[in-house]
Write a protein that binds this ligand. Structure first.
Ligand code: FES
Ligand code: FES
Length: 156
């Protein structure tokens, strides 16, 4: 039987009827229509589905939608303002940190949280932070450089 839940996604309040077994990922992509968040493995291995739940990077394929009741969820669609990419997104573009782009939304959400709590991350900090986000294309170096560049720009 469906349950009514309310949650905030990118500062918009939603009230929805959801099946108890529906994942947060399904709710975000299929019910809300925010398809920036990606489904890779669906079992917690790839990080493609990473969103922030109350500020914490979370694999949305592993979280039930009903567990997000009352939470504030942030997805990649919430990073840009009026169509203007933020500094971190621009750094990914400038540094060639995007190839197929499938991992990019999850990488951006994980690194957004990193830079919020650690504005001056070392390369090691960055590599540890994104260790749960798999990329099949870039070899990670350009992603690390993009995050480093964004952190330096934030500290100018
Ligand atoms: S789709 Fe969630 S971790 Fe891979
Ligand atoms: S850019 Fe293709 S998986 Fe990372």
């Amino acid at each position: 039987m469906k349950r009514i839940i309310s949650l905030t996604i990118n500062s918009v309040l939603y009230e929805l009827a959801v099946e108890p077994r529906r994942t947060l990922l399904e709710l975000i992509r299929q019910d809300i229509g925010l398809t920036g968040t990606k489904k890779g493995c669906g079992i917690g291995d790839c990080g493609g589905c990473t969103v922030l739940v109350d500020g914490i990077p979370t694999f949305s394929c592993l979280m039930l939608a009903i567990q997000a009741e009352g939470c504030e969820v942030e997805t990649v669609e919430g990073l840009a303002t009026d169509g203007q990419l933020n500094r971190l997104q621009e750094a990914f573009v400038e540094h060639g940190a995007i190839q197929c782009g499938f991992c990019t939304p999850g990488m951006l959400m994980t690194s957004t949280e990193l830079l919020r709590h650690n504005p001056n991350p070392t390369e090691q900090n960055i590599r540890e932070a994104i260790s749960g986000n798999l990329c099949r294309c870039t070899g990670y170096q350009k992603i690390v450089e993009a995050i480093q560049h964004a952190s330096e720009a934030d500290n100018e």
